[in-house]
Ligand binder design. Structure first.
Ligand SMILES: NC(=O)c1ccc[n+]([C@@H]2O[C@H](COP(=O)([O-])OP(=O)(O)OC[C@H]3O[C@@H](n4cnc5c(N)ncnc54)[C@H](O)[C@@H]3O)[C@@H](O)[C@H]2O)c1
Length: 345
């Protein structure tokens, strides 16, 4: 499968690293506006995890500075859209119309209407749109997903999820609804997607929080389901101190087990409370989740993309429909904060 990579920033680099580990898929074309990057010098790329950018061998790759030239390259099967969020919908729809499969980074798009148009464009073209919701492939989340699916500890009956970052002062568009979408659409969307995956679509949300301009800065949400006993909540957003750039955590309740983990990156150290599985008779299990290399989650994600495109079967994890639902939830949560009441989904 030949991939055309659009957007060589932090995620373009991480995807590049992951593609090197996946059989049967290769990057055959690149699109960037930066001549240095097109020549293979990716050393300026820096992100908040993974190795810094390096020099990349671009020999044999087609090189484009214009996105339409990439989309129209007849050799390319899949467009990997690592462009900024405000470009996701337009570029993905144009790629689908040109007969390409699309793998687009999260958030699928900035609005639910754009996501719906992307799903419709995929249906019309007979090609797949897959969305880079990598969280279910991160070890703690993959473990929870697989063990819940197995039914080993009974049904899942609730969960609380946390994702909070320090204000990303270097991202000037972060709170702009027309370019990035703020903490809900950019950050919480990971948990919204995971909640949708584990529990189905909520019927209402009630969120309370604080605003920054038009975007929710921080909020707590209760998700209400058809089954009133399902107890699901999330805490998401931004704090105004720089000392803890990132934290995420969950506690997931099953009939016969509780899963719990917590990770926080502070400016002076990272602290991990590794996954614990509490089961009957006061037993605490500590599953071995591997070496913690974050790029492995992206390898697993890209393997899923390749398998779905090869088999023609839609992904149960990365489908456009699930990613669209996650964006719907983020906007309903935002509406709930603004209106100060529960909002139907
Ligand atoms: N899954 C994750 O964990 C994760 C983490 C970080 C970012 N992301 C997502 O990945 C996407 C990209 O984020 P990023 O951090 O890589 O951003 P980035 O700014 O590092 O990279 C985007 C790149 O696109 C390029 N670009 C912009 N317009 C272009 C055009 N017209 N033609 C060609 N290139 C163009 C920019 O120059 C930049 O190099 C976003 O949707 C973001 O939310 C996902």
């Amino acid at each position: 499968m030949k991939v055309g990579l659009a957007g060589i920033g932090f995620m373009g680099w991480i995807h590049y690293l992951a593609y090197q580990k996946v059989r049967g898929v290769k990057i055959a074309a690149l699109c960037s506006r930066d001549k240095k990057k097109l020549a293979g010098d990716w050393r300026g790329i820096q992100g908040n995890f993974g190795p810094p950018g390096e020099k990349v061998d671009v020999a044999g790759m087609s090189i484009y500075s214009n996105i339409d030239d990439l989309i129209n390259d007849p050799d390319i099967d899949l467009i990997d859209n690592c462009l900024p969020p405000h470009m996701h919908a337009d570029v993905s729809i144009r790629a689908l119309k040109a007969g390409k499969h699309v793998f687009v980074e999260k958030p699928m798009a900035l609005t639910a209407a754009e996501c719906k148009r992307m799903v419709a464009a995929a249906e019309k073209s007979g090609k797949q749109v897959l969305v880079g919701h990598v969280l279910p492939f991160f070890p703690e989340y993959a473990y929870a997903r697989k063990v819940i699916d197995s039914g080993k500890y009974g049904k899942v009956i609730g969960g609380s999820f946390k994702r909070v970052i320090s204000d990303p002062l270097w991202l000037k568009d972060f709170y702009d609804p027309a370019r990035v979408g703020g903490p809900l659409v950019d950050l919480h969307v990971h948990d919204a997607h995971f909640i949708r995956l584990l529990f189905g679509m909520p019927k209402a949300v009630i969120s309370q929080g604080r605003m920054r301009g038009d975007a929710v800065e921080y909020c707590n949400t209760l998700f209400q389901f058809a089954d009133p006993k399902l107890t699901v909540s999330a805490t998401s957003g931004v704090i105004n101190q720089q000392g803890r750039p990132f934290t995420h955590a969950y506690e997931i309740h099953l009939e016969k087990a509780t899963f719990q983990f917590d990770f926080a990156a502070y400016t002076d150290a990272a602290e991990l409370a590794p996954l614990k599985v509490l089961i009957s008779k006061s037993k605490v299990l500590r599953p071995d989740l591997g070496d913690g290399d974050p790029v492995r989650g992206f390898e697993a994600e890209i393997k899923e993309v390749a398998a779905c495109i090869k088999s023609g079967k839609p992904s149960q994890i990365l489908s456009g429909e699930l990613a669209r639902d996650a964006i719907v939830l983020c906007h309903k949560q935002s509406e709930s904060v603004k209106k100060g009441r529960a909002v139907k989904v």
